[in-house]
Design a protein around this ligand. Structure first.
Ligand code: PHE
Length: 334
């Protein structure tokens, strides 16, 4: 029992002493060997207790040796790291840009080369910038509780449902000619699935000047998809938005070959990437721009959609789950 206490109390900084300790207790001529040898000479009724005590001693000694060895090795390692200053650095894990950022930056590059600047607006918006100024009548279904996350009602404060709110802010604070794109996150109260999420990303485009025509809009979009996807076709499908007239949905057709591509596009080669149109004169007026002097176009495209198409991502939820196994696949991208 005394030996157990002694073994427990043992301390040292030297490897040699640990080894000497090990030999003393656990070596082939050590104390334990001796005690085990002794066992047959112990009276039968004491065998059990004696056996227990030497087992305990054995465990204590073994634990001690292991603990001391580990401690000393750790110390050596630390000394190694700080001791040799010429030692090359440990490789550092470098993160990857998020696919949304990669695509957003590409879009910004493409449009800045044709004279568009970048503007931003708040994600928490008021009713005027998200709806009223955009010619959305008070009882328009898009205002419905089912689509919009309201933070407060009366006066209404909400999470913007589209980046078109930034158009309004930009026109209120700038005079034509205007050429701006506004990337950002938008929110809609939708069921989350592989194809839709309650938040996603858009880029708004706005071009206001004298004599801007629908042909300018179409060619700008064609230029964009060619730069973005390579050889591609666009199709403008007649549609309706309260803030543009005429309005269209933008579809892009791009060399779709693999099964994944078809899954994303639900089996057709055309993928809808956003909406567009000529800015409604009412919107210009709401922003104090004279519609008899100026005209312009606007568009809004979904960044998530484009990222999924370009990088063959089959589930939109991957874009916000931040699973490193997913994210680090984008290390080689810009
Ligand atoms: N704001 C529209 C949407 O989110 C897209 C759009 C933008 C349409 C600009 C026309 C002009 O669906």
């Amino acid at each position: 029992k005394e030996l157990i206490a002694e073994a427990e109390a043992f301390k040292t900084q030297s490897k040699e002493e640990v080894e000497a300790f090990r030999i003393k207790y656990l070596g082939s001529k050590g104390l334990l060997k001796e005690f085990y040898g002794e066992l047959k000479n112990v009276a039968n009724e004491q065998k059990r207790e004696f056996g227990q005590i030497i087992n305990q001693l054995k465990n204590t000694a073994e634990d001690k040796v292991n603990a001391l060895k580990e401690e000393l090795e750790n110390k050596e390692e630390v000394k190694g790291i700080y001791g040799d200053l010429s030692r090359p650095g440990e490789p550092i894990q470098i993160g990857a840009r998020h696919p949304i950022s990669i695509v957003k930056n590409q879009i910004i590059d493409i449009f800045s080369r044709i004279g568009f600047n970048v503007s931003e607006g708040p994600e928490i918006e008021d009713d005027w910038h998200n709806f009223t100024a955009l010619n959305l009548p008070e009882y328009h279904p898009a205002r419905d509780m089912q689509d919009t996350f309201f933070i407060q009602t009366n006066p209404d404060i909400l999470l913007r449902t589209h980046t078109s709110s930034v158009q309004v802010r930009y026109m209120e604070n700038n005079t034509p000619p205007i050429r701006t794109i506004s990337p950002g996150r938008v929110f809609r109260n939708e069921a989350i699935s592989a194809r839709s999420h309650c938040f996603f990303h858009q880029v708004e485009g706005l071009y206001i000047d004298k004599d801007v025509s629908f042909a300018d809009l179409k060619q700008t979009l064609q230029h964009f998809t060619t730069e973005m996807f390579g050889k591609s076709k666009i199709r403008l499908r007649p549609s309706y938005f309260p803030f543009t007239e005429p309005s269209a949905e933008i579809d892009v057709y791009w060399g779709l070959e693999t099964e994944t591509d078809y899954k994303i596009t639900k089996g057709t080669g055309w993928l809808e990437i956003g909406g567009c149109g000529m800015v409604d004169p009412n919107v210009l007026e709401n922003c104090k721009i004279d519609p008899t002097e100026y005209s312009g176009f606007a568009f809004g495209v979904g960044i998530d959609r484009i990222a999924m198409l370009l990088h063959q991502i089959g589930d939109i939820r991957l874009l916000s789950e931040n699973d490193v196994r997913f994210l680090e696949q984008f290390k080689s991208a810009l």
